[in-house]
Ligand binder design. Sequence first.
Ligand SMILES: [Zn+2]
Length: 182
Amino acid sequence: MAGAYATIANDGVYREPTFYTRIVASNGSIVLNSEAHKRKAFSETVAYVTKKLLVQPVEGQNGTATYCAIKGMEVAAKTGTTNEDFDRWLCGFTNYYTTVAWFGYDLSERIEYSGKNPAGEMWANVMQKVHTNLENSKFKEAKDVVSVEICKDSFMRAKSSCKNTYTEYFLSETEPGFCMKH
Ligand SMILES: [Zn+2]
């Protein structure tokens, strides 16, 4: 899961997850170097649109992960729940780190809790701490992405007569047509 989310954070480049980067002997010689296997999985443009989608759970009006916000950072995050409430997930990233938290039992059992998603709470605690003293950072805009005002009643491109609107990002030339309700 972390490998998948890191691919979005890395602008579409997938890097095979590894448990170590290198092993160094006490005399300084390198015993093992982890070879980084990587490949392009999707375009920078698709990555950017996906990032903007994933910012909504943190910054959106009805966000499910608003407690994952980090001061000065643009944060992408997605909560997850499986059938019967057996698993709780929080997957997300900034320009600095991708972190994935899972909460559950080895043998599936319903998770009972009150308040925040426990995976999300772990995620937020760790991520807020590791970002202390790092420079503010927002996701870099990609070319060929357009931001469009959308009408909440028709989910089409808003006209001046549409009152209830929000912003969405599209690959250029895939944006919807104008609202036909207003
Ligand atoms: Zn409208």
